[in-house]
Design a protein around this ligand. Structure first.
Ligand SMILES: Cc1cc2nc3c(=O)[nH]c(=O)nc-3n(C[C@H](O)[C@H](O)[C@H](O)COP(=O)(O)OP(=O)(O)OC[C@H]3O[C@@H](n4cnc5c(N)ncnc54)[C@H](O)[C@@H]3O)c2cc1C
Ligand code: SF4
Length: 350
């Protein structure tokens, strides 16, 4: 029988404490499957203490901060199926989950037929991070909060919080729920245009509407099971709608959104709005659909009166909390001008 050596154990605990302090990655096993079937089998065998990784621009910083500490990390970088892009705006497009943000920005068909997707991708992080970061990783981004996106020692200093290792929410102490923010730029866009996601696991495959992928809870922010692999994203035909994404952030060069507005409208030849989707990002643990604004737009001309009414409805619906950059009241107020800008841009599109 083997007994753990106390000296070695104390040594490895000391080493891990030093690693956490220095923001080094914790130890983990790294697997590189070459087929989707192999990847989902590996995940089923490794169990809940494991995670997929694509570009690693979200997961690895989280691991360095000890927010996530998977014992096994399964790379999706060699899965060819996840790197494919096919179709066009006429028939709809399929984009593999591992296509990088840089490739999304530069893809001639995405730029031509889905400029809202290429445009939103271009607003994400920095050129170097976009070379590594993928569309799949972006859509599955961990939720963010000022009390959570800190190193281990900082979080320990405040006795942690409910999202990881603690039992209180520092943002809303009486709340049973975590309010960490969904900060992906592409998530509101995908919900607005009605994209669908293909998920695979050892139990089979399923398709999910983008809107059904997200859960309005900062801890359980996805309805995707941890063992499910995002294979690809299915964009609907682009002919019917005009779409725009507007992002509020501190620095124009790079920063996460503290407010994102995605609008996708079908407009008849006579200028009447046939259908509308207005989605707010960066204000809650999930992208928020402003149905009240959509109802005010449908059946009417996209004129100033209806644009202002929709902006007011979005302002009332936006309820950001004090857990990201800027004052929450100001972020709420900015919902009005950002919706106005988004809808005016939709109106100016042919
Ligand atoms: C400085 C900095 C600035 C940033 N700015 C922005 C910003 O402005 N806007 C923004 O939206 N994001 C931003 N990000 C976050 C991140 O860089 C991007 O969202 C990026 O697209 C994440 O993709 P990735 O491939 O690196 O994800 P990873 O880190 O590899 O993965 C992210 C999550 O998705 C899961 N995952 C990845 N691929 C799959 C798959 N195929 N199936 C199942 N699970 C999967 C991982 O397990 C992990 O939980 C920023 C990051 C940094 C470090
Ligand atoms: S919203 Fe509350 S529970 Fe969630 S990460 Fe922030 S402090 Fe923690």
């Amino acid at each position: 029988m083997a007994f753990p050596c106390p000296v070695t154990r104390a040594g490895s605990q000391r080493q891990e404490r030093e690693n956490a302090l220095m923001m080094r990655l914790p130890k983990f096993e790294y697997c590189i499957p070459k087929e989707v079937s192999e990847a989902v089998k590996m995940m089923a065998e490794a169990g809940p203490d494991s995670s997929f990784v694509a570009g690693g621009t979200d997961l690895y910083p989280n691991m360095k901060r000890r927010q996530q500490t998977p014992g096994t990390v399964i790379s999706v970088s060699r899965l060819k199926e996840l790197q494919e892009c096919r179709g066009d705006g006429r028939e709809g497009m399929v984009i593999g989950a591992s296509v990088t943000l840089t490739d999304i920005c530069n893809h001639p068909v995405i730029k031509r037929d889905y400029p809202v997707v290429a445009g939103a991708a271009r607003l994400i992080s920095t050129p170097l991070l976009r070379n590594m970061g993928t569309i799949g990783g972006n859509l599955l981004l961990d939720t963010r909060c000022n009390y959570y996106d800190q190193n281990y020692e900082w979080r320990k200093g405040v006795n942690f919080c409910m999202k990881k290792d603690g039992d209180i929410c520092w943002v809303a102490p009486s709340s049973p729920k975590c309010w960490a923010v969904q900060s992906s730029d592409l998530a509101p866009v995908m919900v607005a245009i009605g994209a669908r996601m293909r998920l695979a696991s050892s139990r089979g495959e399923r398709m999910l509407q983008a809107t059904d992928l997200y859960n309005n809870d900062g801890i359980q922010y996805l309805t995707k099971r941890p063992d499910e692999l995002l294979v690809d994203i299915h964009l609907p035909p682009a002919a019917g709608f005009r779409a725009v994404y507007k992002k509020l952030r501190r620095r124009g060069s790079f920063d996460f959104p503290v407010l994102g507005v995605a609008a996708a409208l079908e407009v008849a030849e006579d200028g009447t709005v046939k259908s509308a989707r207005l989605i707010l990002g960066g204000v809650a643990p999930a992208p928020i659909q402003v149905r009240e604004a959509e109802e005010l737009l449908v059946g009417h001309q996209l004129d100033q009166e209806h644009i202002l009414a929709a902006a007011e409805a979005a302002y009332l619906k936006a309820r950001p909390l004090d857990n990201t950059d800027f004052l929450m009241n100001w972020r709420k107020q900015m919902a009005r001008p950002f919706v106005i800008r988004a809808l005016e841009e939709v109106r100016s599109q042919e």
